[in-house]
Design a protein around this ligand. Structure first.
Ligand code: IPE
Ligand code: IPE
Ligand code: MG
Length: 248
């Protein structure tokens, strides 16, 4: 067993971990490869975090896989990423089934190429009764767009007299987001040394603990996840209260 794993308090495991998997391109450059190899190597890191979350009993893991802004990358890179997602999901699906992993997606999956959209829809459907880790892929995801879509849908409910303006509250907003059935992340991890949110889960991260590491995504191992959880466990989550109130 990893030394880091031994130091994790099993009673304080984050229920939901979200990850901005960043640094594939820089990893490739550093090692003299094309960016595509960086992305390919990133798949191994996905396997590592999924297993680490499984080891810990984390219930939800959300992976920022492709943002709406990523559509603006060179066409070749976008195509490579789409193909890689199809290939990887094909290869990993039996392992997910064996480990009782349930696949979910958030984002505008309708904008994905057909093959990719179908692959994810198929994985969601095949794993839907699994009761282990909920593995959520954020695909063609934009948090601002998610919030705007929710606002439009709530506005329509008001206009149709289904609800009153006074009924609009945080809980209602939660119900209109892609993440309706998913609790807010307790911990957000971003790799590669960047310290920004990049349009990811803006509403849901309101009280998440943030962990930034300089490790580039393809180098991310189980122990890096365990280190992030140990960091998280040392934080005092006060939610606006005083430290004394929390310790009572
Ligand atoms: C993350 O790695 C993967 C995606 C955003 C799809 P990057 O491709 O952003 O890697 P860097 O930031 O160029 O190093
Ligand atoms: C964020 O990474 C999106 C994903 C990890 C999928 P980027 O590399 O696209 O982020 P920015 O645009 O540099 O902030
Ligand atoms: Mg990047």
């Amino acid at each position: 067993m990893s030394d880091l794993l031994k130091n994790i308090n099993k009673d304080k495991i984050p229920q939901h971990i979200a990850v901005v998997m960043d640094g594939n391109g820089r990893w490739a450059k550093k090692n003299g490869y094309l960016r595509a190899i960086g992305h390919k190597s990133g798949v191994k890191a996905v396997r590592e975090v999924v297993q680490a979350c499984d080891d810990l009993g984390v219930k939800y893991l959300t992976l920022y896989t492709f943002s709406t802004e990523n559509w603006n990358r060179p066409k070749l890179e976008v195509n490579t990423l789409m193909e890689l997602m199809v290939d990887s999901l094909t290869k990993e699906l039996s392992g997910f089934m064996k480990n009782n992993v349930r696949i979910l997606t958030i984002g505008d999956t309708d904008d994905l190429p057909n093959r990719c959209k179908k692959k994810f829809a198929d994985a969601v459907s095949k794993t839907k009764t699994n009761t282990g880790l909920n593995l959520i892929f954020a695909l063609s995801y934009s948090s601002r767009k998610e919030i705007l879509t929710a606002v439009k849908s709530i506005t329509n409910s008001v206009l149709n007299n289904e609800i009153k303006t006074e009924d609009i509250n945080s809980e209602l907003m939660d119900k209109h987001l892609y993440t309706a059935a998913i609790p807010d992340p307790d911990l957000l991890i971003r790799t590669s040394g960047e310290q920004r949110i990049s349009n990811f889960l803006l509403w849901q991260l309101a009280y998440s603990e943030l962990h930034f590491t300089s490790v580039l995504w393809p180098d991310f191992k189980k122990d890096d996840l365990f280190a992030a959880v140990i960091d998280y466990q040392q934080r005092e989550r006060r939610f606006g209260k005083t430290s004394e109130q929390i310790k009572k």
